[in-house]
Write a protein that binds this ligand. Structure first.
Ligand code: SF4
Length: 72
């Protein structure tokens, strides 16, 4: 799903610590920098909203939980 990135989204992402990138997904395999489900990660990994005009949200995203946040 492709969403427009505007200042409101950037602010909300900062305020609520929104997570949507592969690094915070339960299916991500950080040791290999790849998706465990075999999906391409190019548009979902290491997303910097300050540099993006659009965000491609992966429909398979599954929040990995606080441990992923602590590690990153
Ligand atoms: S399921 Fe989607 S968000 Fe999760 S690691 Fe794979 S490509 Fe990234």
């Amino acid at each position: 799903m492709k969403s427009l990135v505007d200042e409101r989204l950037r602010e909300e992402a900062r305020t609520f610590a929104l997570r949507f990138a592969c690094e915070d997904c339960a299916y991500f395999e950080p040791e290999y920098e790849r998706c465990g489900n075999g999906y391409p990660t190019g548009s979902h990994a290491h997303v910097d909203l300050s540099l993006r005009r659009h965000l491609e949200f992966c429909k398979e995203f599954e929040f990995a939980g606080p441990l992923a946040l602590d590690a990153g």
